[in-house]
Design a protein around this ligand. Structure first.
Ligand code: CP
Ligand code: NVA
Length: 315
């Protein structure tokens, strides 16, 4: 079993470590351009078995800005894509690289890689979790809620900001929903998942949340769920690798975030979306454009937050 620091899910960080990462993200964002070559000389692989715009580019740029050398590998080009076992790929790359970011399918695949690779591994999205994204999301909320309070925020400002929030996620029980569940378990805020009857959170995700003291609610009533929300969020109805499940869209359609959903929430509600968005499927074009400044800030924050994560994991 590898004893290095990995970031395969939110549970790899304690509450204090997450608070540190969010405070550090704020500093890295303010100080962008200031020399910080903490990954100098490190060769970091990026193994992607699914498409990506934000995750790939923000990690690559982040590695370059921290003085490291990124090496992008699509599984289409690797022998991995032709069936070479993950555990063999890991044992080979271990001899060349100092760390990897992986985007793949089953969580078990990244866990197997991490077991055979003796250096740190970061999850760049699996079918189960998208932990780097969820930290960028909560950082965006933290930042907006503290706007105008100055750069030197006290250590307790993260928990103080996040503890009292009501977050409502609408839509599919996918890797983003699971990531909110895991974040709730570690940070503690009110989390409601608004989804159709018959949809439920994966049993392993529920179990991990319970083990970590998490608590979340599932509602089949979109408007009631949105009541007094501080944050409303959604994700695509069909995730990568689920193209066969198109009939799911009809069941999810009523859970679109529209004007009535926003009206039910608090007046200063924030809307988040990890992107890419399917306009008029999970969110109306009108609501999306109204909150687009927040959503693109959220996308931009991937860079700063992932630099803070990499400082903890790859340094
Ligand atoms: N949000 C996100 O992970 O985007 P990409 O799929 O473009 O990386
Ligand atoms: N749930 C989506 C997230 C994309 C960033 C997917 O897995 O495709």
């Amino acid at each position: 079993m590898s004893r290095v620091k990995n970031f395969l899910s939110i549970y790899d960080f304690s509450r204090n470590e997450i608070c540190d990462i969010l405070l550090r993200s704020a500093a890295l964002k303010t100080e962008r351009g200031k020399e910080n070559f903490c990954l100098k000389g490190k060769k970091i692989g990026l193994i992607f078995e699914k498409s990506s715009t934000r995750t790939r580019v923000s990690f690559e740029v982040g590695i370059v800005e921290l003085g490291g050398h990124p090496i992008f590998m699509s599984s289409r080009d690797l022998q991995l894509g032709r069936g070479e076992p993950v555990k063999d790929t890991a044992r080979v790359l271990n001899r060349y690289l100092d760390g990897v970011v992986i985007r793949t399918f089953e969580q078990e695949r990244i866990e197997t890689f991490a077991r055979y690779f003796e250096k740190p591994v970061i999850n760049g999205l699996t079918d189960l979790y998208h932990p780097a994204q969820i930290l960028a999301d909560i950082f965006t909320v933290y930042e907006i809620k503290n706007k105008g309070k100055g750069a030197d925020m006290p250590d307790n400002s993260v928990i103080e900001t996040i503890n009292g929030l009501k977050v409502v996620y609408f839509g599919d029980a996918n890797n983003m929903a699971n990531s909110w569940v895991s974040l709730q378990a570690v940070l503690g805020f009110e989390l409601v998942l608004a989804m159709p009857e018959g949809f439920n959170i994966n049993a392993a995700v529920r179990e991990e949340s319970e083990k970590n003291g998490g608590k979340f609610f599932i509602s089949n009533d979109k408007i009631a769920a949105a009541k007094n929300a501080d944050v409303i969020t959604t994700d695509v109805f069909i995730s990568m690798g689920q193209d066969e499940e198109k009939e799911k869209i009809n069941k999810l359609k009523p859970f679109i975030i529209d004007d009535n959903t926003v009206k039910s929430a608090k007046e200063d509600v924030l809307f988040l979306h990890c992107l890419p968005v399917h306009r008029n499927e999970e969110v109306t074009d009108g609501v999306f454009e109204r909150f687009s400044q927040v959503v693109f800030e959220e996308a931009g924050n991937r860079l700063h937050v992932q630099k803070a994560i990499m400082e903890k994991v790859f340094k």
